[in-house]
Ligand binder design. Structure first.
Ligand code: HEC
Ligand code: HEC
Length: 331
C-alpha cells in the first residue's frame, strides 16, 4: 500500500515535471512583455492621444497631404501594400514600408538599423525630402498656430510645449501601443491544442527544424533583430553596410517580424516577392545571388506539402483584427 502510494507520488512528480518542461520549451514564444509595455504606454494616456493625432495628421508634411498613416496604414497591417513606398511629390522610394506593429520591441529601427529609438526615428520621415518633406522648425511654428495642439502639448509636456523632441516623444508614445494581438499560434502555444490546423502545426515544426527559419526569425516577435544577406537577385542596396561601413554587412537587412505578415505583402526590403509562397520558394533555393550570402542560407529541399505547411504556419501568426478609430484632428 505504502509502495503504491510512493509510485503514485512519483508519477505525479513526473507529470508535473513534463508539464513544466513543455511550458519551458515554449516560453520563447509567449508575449508577456506586450502587456507590460502597452500598460506603460497607456499610463501616459494624454501623450498617446496626442501622438495618435500627430500620426494621422497630414499637416505634419510639407504638402499637408501625407501623414505617417499614409504609408503605415492600419488597414494594411500598418504598411501600404506597395513594393516600395511612395512619398512627397509621388517620389518612389527605394525600400518597402515595414509594418510598425511591435516595433516598440525592436532595439534598432529601419531595414538597416540606422536609428535606435522610436523617439529618434519619428523625426526622420517628417524631414526626409522623399517622404514628408517638412522642415522641423516650420512644423513647430505651424503646430503652434493650432489651438488644439497648443493645449494638448501643454497638457503633456507643460511649459516646454511644442518642441521637435516632444513631437518625436508623443508619436513614439502612440507607436508603443501598436502591438500584436492574440493569434491562432499564440492560443496554441499557450496550450489550446485545437487552435492550430494540422498544416500550420506541421509548418511550425519545419520552421524550427528542417527549414531552420528560427535561426533568424526567433522569439515571440520572430526576429533576432540582426542583419543578414539573403541573396536577393538584382539588388544594389548596400543595406546595413551603409551604416556600419563594414564590408561583411553588404546587402544585409534587418530580419523583419513575421507577426501579421499575411497582411503586409509584398515582401522583402524592396518588395520583390508578391506572396508568401514566393518567399518560401526563395528560401527553398537557398537564395539566388551568392555574393556575401549568409551561411545560414542553404537549399532546403522542401516538398510541395512542406512549403504549403510553412505558409499555413505564417498565416497562423495573424492576430485578431484591431479596431483603430481615426482621431479627431484639432483646429
Ligand atoms: C512615404 C511613406 C512613409 C511615410 C510618410 C512614413 N514612413 Fe515610416 N517608413 C517608411 C519606409 C519606406 C521605411 C523603411 C525605410 C528604411 O528602412 O530605410 C519606414 C520605416 C519606419 C519605421 C521603422 C520600422 C522598423 O521596424 O524598422 C518606423 C517606426 C516608422 N517608419 C514610423 C513612421 C512615422 C512615425 C512616420 C510619421 C512621422 C512615418 N513612419 C512616415 C515609409 C514611410
Ligand atoms: C539568415 C537569416 C534568415 C533565415 C534563415 C530566414 N529568414 Fe526570413 N528574413 C530574414 C531577413 C534578413 C529578411 C529581410 C531580407 C531583405 O529584405 O533583404 C527576411 C524576410 C522574410 C520574410 C518577408 C517579411 C516581410 O515583411 O517582408 C518572410 C515572410 C520570411 N523572411 C520568412 C522566412 C521563412 C519562412 C524562413 C524559413 C524557410 C526564413 N524566413 C528564414 C532573415 C532570415
Amino acid at each position: 500500500m505504502f509502495r503504491q502510494k510512493r509510485k503514485f507520488c512519483s508519477l505525479l512528480v513526473l507529470i508535473f515535471l513534463s508539464f513544466s518542461f513543455s511550458a519551458m520549451a515554449n516560453k520563447d514564444y509567449l508575449v508577456p512583455q506586450v502587456t507590460a509595455v502597452s500598460k506603460m504606454a497607456k499610463a501616459d494616456k494624454a501623450a498617446v492621444k496626442l501622438g495618435k493625432m500627430l500620426f494621422f495628421d497630414p499637416r505634419l508634411s510639407g504638402s499637408n497631404w501625407i501623414s505617417c498613416a499614409t504609408c503605415h496604414n492600419p488597414a494594411r497591417g500598418w504598411s501600404d501594400g506597395l513594393p516600395t513606398a511612395i512619398g512627397h511629390g509621388m517620389t518612389k522610394l527605394g525600400r518597402a514600408t515595414p509594418t510598425i506593429l511591435n516595433t516598440t520591441f525592436n532595439p534598432v529601427q529601419f531595414w538597416d538599423g540606422r536609428a535606435t529609438t522610436l523617439e529618434e526615428q519619428a523625426l526622420g520621415p517628417i524631414q526626409a525630402a522623399g517622404e514628408m518633406n517638412q522642415n522641423l522648425d516650420e512644423l513647430v511654428r505651424e503646430l503652434n498656430e493650432i489651438k488644439g495642439y497648443r493645449k494638448a502639448f501643454k497638457k503633456v509636456y507643460g511649459d516646454e510645449g511644442i518642441t521637435k523632441a516632444n513631437i518625436g516623444k508623443a508619436i513614439a508614445a502612440y507607436e508603443r501601443t501598436i502591438t500584436s494581438t492574440d493569434s491562432k499560434f499564440d492560443r496554441w502555444i499557450s496550450g489550446k491544442e485545437k487552435s492550430l490546423s494540422k498544416a500550420a502545426s506541421r509548418g511550425f515544426k519545419l520552421f524550427e527544424g528542417k527549414a531552420a527559419c528560427v535561426s533568424c526569425h526567433s522569439g515571440f516577435n520572430f526576429t533576432d533583430n540582426r542583419f543578414h544577406n539573403l541573396g536577393l537577385k538584382g539588388t544594389e542596396d548596400l543595406g546595413r553596410m551603409a551604416v556600419s561601413q563594414n564590408e561583411k554587412d553588404k546587402g544585409a537587412f534587418k530580419t523583419p517580424t513575421l507577426r501579421d505578415v499575411e497582411l503586409t505583402a509584398p515582401y522583402m526590403h524592396n518588395g520583390m516577392y508578391a506572396t508568401l509562397e514566393d518567399v518560401v520558394e526563395h528560401y527553398d533555393r537557398g537564395g539566388d545571388a551568392k555574393e556575401n550570402l549568409s551561411p545560414l542560407m542553404q537549399p532546403l529541399n522542401l516538398t510541395k506539402r512542406e512549403k504549403a505547411d510553412l505558409v499555413a504556419f505564417m498565416k497562423s501568426l495573424t492576430g485578431k483584427a484591431q479596431k483603430v478609430s481615426l482621431p479627431q484632428l484639432p483646429n
